[in-house]
Design a protein around this ligand. Structure first.
Ligand SMILES: *Cc1c(COP(=O)(O)O)cnc(C)c1O
Length: 341
């Protein structure tokens, strides 16, 4: 990309040559009418990989989460979510709009909530209080810096949920990053949740799309909500063909992104005035505290060909992905050093 190092997000990856070939070859149908064979193949693959009965292909991770919430909650029900979770922070009030759900928000330690605090937050349906139906998790946690929920915690969340009869939805936009970083099959994470949404369009390199996975009857209802939200797509096999490659060919290489993020974080942590909590750099995201205003740093970096996104008044986010190499990381570090100098 003309020497530009785009660290804004792992969503910026471009389709690979083999993705373009797969798009050209994919057998197509009309997925709203239920007969696109490539979409069917992707959905079966996604269900199998996550250990769920069924899956539905949706245009975005946001829609996937919103469909899940709408299927799990009735109007006036409550859900519990971490206070900086994507569902609360970046989905424009979706739970209130689509599901009519109210949200109980909890703090966390680097994206990991305390199971006992969850237990204390659950309300039962009475004439006064909304019934809490759903626990939402995020693994890896975006705003916390790509942090992983330990497997033991996942088990504890399940136990709390079962104690109170809650369903558990995992915003697993980057759940494969977590699995690769932990060196476990992704099912070791997804086995503790009822439903999971997975982004194909982030580190997994597809141009568009997410999959929502869960029990068969839940996915039937999710198809209805997808149509209601305007997310039914016709010859969607063109996109699903890329998603199949995401899940079969591009999972293991996420380890390279993690190594590059680590290299970037360690280099930045040494610069005067820069703050990086290396404990949070567990996958492919680096949150960086700056010695000045984020907007100014963003502009100065942009002028040098390093693109980033502000995530606070004095904070930017850098995300590694397949289109950023180790030498790009070194080049970016040299530019940071020069600007910090
Ligand atoms: C990106 C992201 C989403 C939503 O994905 P879109 O496809 O951009 O709508 C959901 N959750 C998390 C944690 C994300 O990082």
């Amino acid at each position: 990309m003309n020497g530009i190092i785009d660290l804004r997000s792992d969503t910026v990856t471009r389709p690979t040559p083999e993705m373009y070939e797969a798009m050209a070859r994919a057998p197509l149908g009309d997925d709203v009418l239920g007969d696109d064979p490539t979409v069917r193949e992707l959905e079966e693959l996604a269900a199998h990989k996550t250990g769920k009965d069924a899956a539905v292909f949706v245009p975005s991770g946001t829609m996937s989460n919103q469909i899940a919430i709408a299927c799990h909650c009735q109007r006036g029900d409550a859900l519990i979510a971490e206070q900086e979770s994507h569902i609360l922070f970046y989905e424009v009030g979706g739970p209130a709009i689509h599901a009519g759900a109210i949200t109980w928000t909890l703090p966390s330690d680097r994206g990991v909530m305390d199971p006992e605090e969850i237990a204390r937050r659950v309300t039962s349906a009475t004439i006064h209080t909304p019934g809490t139906r759903l626990l939402c998790l995020e693994n890896t946690h975006n705003r916390a810096g790509g942090t992983i929920i330990p497997l033991e915690r996942m088990r504890e969340y399940r136990a709390v949920a079962d104690r109170f009869g809650l369903k558990v939805h995992l915003d697993g936009a980057r759940v494969f990053n977590a699995a690769v970083a932990l060196s476990v099959d992704v099912r070791e994470i997804t086995r503790w949740v009822d439903t999971v949404s997975v982004c194909l369009s982030k580190g997994l390199r597809a141009p568009v799309g997410s999959v929502l996975c869960g029990p068969a009857d839940f996915i039937d209802r999710a198809r209805l909500w997808r149509k209601r939200m305007g997310g039914g797509m016709r010859q969607a096999g063109i996109l699903a063909a890329c998603g199949i490659l995401s899940l079969t060919r591009y999972v293991d290489r996420l380890a390279e992104d993690h190594a590059n993020a680590r290299r970037l974080a360690e280099g930045l942590a040494e610069l005067p005035g820069f703050e990086v909590d290396l404990e949070t750099v567990q996958t492919n995201i680096v949150q960086v505290g700056l010695p000045g205003e984020a907007a100014i740093w963003q502009a100065r970096l942009h002028a040098e060909g390093v693109w980033c996104l502000p995530t606070g008044p004095r904070r930017i986010r850098l995300v590694t992905h397949a289109d950023v190499t180790k030498s790009d990381v070194d080049r970016a570090l040299a530019i940071f050093r020069q600007l910090a100098g």
